[in-house]
Design a protein around this ligand. Structure first.
Ligand code: EPU
Length: 415
C-alpha cells in the first residue's frame, strides 16, 4: 500500500527522458477479456498501477491464476469458475464492469456488484445493458447487484446512441461467442478498442472494423490463448508532454504513438510550445510567452476529456484567457477549485472553464478528487513556488505507473 500523499517542491526545471507505460484504459479491459480465453494469455507492458491490482484480485475470485513477472502478466483461465463478483476490489474501479460483458460472453450469466471509479458526474451504463439485451440477455438489478443472464446469445445489430468506449468494448466481449453476426454501429473509435479487439482476434475471435464507427463480430465456438503487448498510454503520454511544456528545460517523452495525441500536440503548437515530434517520441523544449487557446473535448480523434484537466494547469501560465468546453463529462471540473487554492484564476460552470493567465502558482494543500485532477495538481505543484501537498494520491496511483520515480528521474523534488 502506497502512502496517500504526494509532496512536491516546485519551481525546478526538469530535464531528461521519460518512458511511457502500457495504456491503462486498454489494460483494464484486456484483463477482464482474458476470462474469454481457453488457454494461457501473456500480456506485456502491463502498467504498475492500482487498477491492475484490483482486476487481478477479481480474476483470483474467478479462480483464474495470475503470475506477475516484471512488466508482463501470465493469466491462466483454464480452471476458471463463474462466481458472484462482490469483492471490495469491484468498487475500486469503474472498469470492473468489463467483467459483465466478458462473463456474460463466456457463461451467459453474470452477477456483479456495481462499480466505483472516478466521480465525473453521472456515468450511466444504459448503453452497455441495452447491448446485452439486444444479444438476448435478461437484466435484473437488486440491492446493488446486477444479474445478467441469457438462455442463448444471438448476434444483433446494435446502434449506440452515444459512441461509448465502455459500451463498445463490453458488447464486443459479450458477442464473441454469440451465434451469428453482431454489428455495433456508432461504435467508439478510441485506440484502446483496437487493442482489445486485436487481443481477442489473436485468441481466435472474428472482430472486424475496430477503430471505425462500425464493428462486426462473427461469433466463434471457442478461443485459445495468446501473447499480447499493450499499446502505449496516450493519456499518460499527453500528461508528460503537458508537464514538460510547463516546466522542462528539455524533455523527451518516448514509447508513444504521436498520432494518438495529435489533437493535443496541435493545440500545444498553437500555444507556442516548442517540440520535435518523432516516430515514437516527442521532445519538448523550454517555451516562453505561451498563447491562450480554446479547447473542446470530443471522442477520439478529438481532444481527449482525460487531458483537459492536466492541460488546465499549463493554461494558468498562458498569457490571456483560455477556455475549455467539456462535452463528454460536463461536471469534470473539480480540479479547478484545487488549482484556485494554488493561485490560479479559473471559473467553471455549465460544462466550461475559463482560465485567465499567467498567474504565479504557490504551494498549497490540495486534494486529488479524481485521477486526472490528480495529474493536473502534480503539474501545478511542479510549476508552483514552494511545497504542494496532494492528498488523495491513491487516485493518481490508479492510473500513473511509478509516477514518483519517473518524475524524480527528470529531476523533480517529489516524495
Ligand atoms: N454514456 C452513457 N451511457 C452509457 C455509457 C456512456 O450515457 O451506457 C455517456 C457517458 O456518461 C459519457 C459518454 O457517454 O458522457 C462517454 O462515456 P464512455 O462510455 O465513452 O466512457 P467510459 O467508457 O466510461 C472511458 C475511459 C475514461 C474516459 C472516457 C471518455 C476507461 C476505463 N475509461 O470511460 O477514462 O474519460 O472513456 O474517453 O476506459 C480516465 O482515464 O481518467 C477516464 C475516466
Amino acid at each position: 500500500m502506497q502512502d496517500d500523499t504526494i509532496v512536491i517542491r516546485g519551481g525546478k526545471k526538469l530535464e531528461g527522458t521519460v518512458k511511457i507505460s502500457g495504456a491503462k484504459n486498454a489494460t483494464v479491459a484486456l484483463i477482464p477479456a482474458t476470462v474469454l480465453a481457453g488457454d494461457v494469455v501473456t500480456i506485456f507492458d502491463v502498467p504498475d498501477i492500482a487498477d491492475v491490482e484490483a482486476l487481478t484480485t477479481l480474476l483470483g475470485e474467478l479462480n483464474v491464476k495470475v503470475t506477475k513477472k516484471n512488466d508482463h502478466i501470465i493469466i491462466d483461465p483454464r480452471e476458471i469458475k463463474n462466481a458472484t463478483l462482490d469483492h471490495e476490489a469491484v468498487g475500486k474501479l469503474r472498469a470492473s464492469y468489463y467483467f459483465m460483458g466478458a462473463l456474460l460472453g463466456r457463461y451467459k450469466k453474470v452477477k456483479i456488484k456495481m462499480s466505483g471509479g472516478c466521480y465525473l458526474g453521472p456515468r450511466p451504463i444504459d448503453l452497455h445493458l441495452k447491448g446485452f439485451e439486444a444479444l438476448g440477455a435478461h437484466i435484473d438489478y437488486d440491492d446493488g447487484y446486477y444479474m445478467i443472464e441469457a438462455k442463448e446469445l444471438n448476434g444483433a445489430n446494435i446502434y449506440l446512441d452515444i459512441a461509448s468506449v465502455g459500451a463498445t468494448i463490453n458488447i464486443m466481449m459479450a458477442a464473441v461467442f454469440a451465434k451469428g453476426r453482431t454489428t455495433i454501429e456508432n461504435a467508439a473509435k478510441e485506440p484502446e478498442i483496437i487493442d482489445v479487439s486485436s487481443m481477442l482476434n489473436k485468441m481466435g475471435a472474428k472482430i472486424r472494423g475496430a477503430g471505425t464507427s462500425e464493428i462486426t463480430i462473427d461469433g466463434v465456438e471457442s478461443l485459445g490463448g495468446c501473447y499480447h503487448e499493450i499499446i502505449p498510454d496516450r493519456i499518460e503520454a499527453g500528461t508528460y508532454v503537458i508537464l514538460a511544456a510547463a516546466c522542462a528545460k528539455r524533455c523527451k517523452i518516448e514509447n508513444i504513438i504521436p498520432q494518438h495525441i495529435e489533437s493535443l500536440l496541435m493545440k500545444l503548437e498553437e500555444m507556442g510550445v516548442k517540440m520535435d515530434i518523432g516516430v515514437d517520441s516527442v521532445v519538448v523544449y523550454e517555451s516562453h510567452d505561451l498563447k491562450p487557446i480554446e479547447v473542446k473535448t470530443l471522442p477520439f480523434p478529438g481532444f481527449a476529456t482525460d487531458l483537459q484537466q492536466p492541460l488546465t494547469a499549463l493554461l494558468t501560465q498562458a498569457i490571456g484567457i483560455s477556455k475549455i468546453h467539456e462535452t463528454i463529462y460536463p461536471e469534470r471540473f473539480k480540479h479547478c477549485r484545487e488549482l484556485a487554492l494554488m493561485g490560479a484564476e479559473i471559473e467553471a460552470h455549465d460544462g466550461s472553464s475559463t482560465i485567465t493567465g499567467p498567474t504565479p502558482l504557490s504551494g498549497a494543500v490540495v486534494t486529488a478528487t479524481d485521477l486526472r485532477c490528480g495529474a493536473s495538481l502534480v503539474i501545478a505543484g511542479l510549476i508552483a513556488e514552494g511545497e504542494t501537498t496532494i492528498k488523495g494520491a491513491y487516485h493518481i496511483y490508479r492510473g500513473y505507473d511509478r509516477i514518483k520515480e519517473k518524475l524524480k528521474a527528470l529531476g523533480a523534488d517529489v516524495r
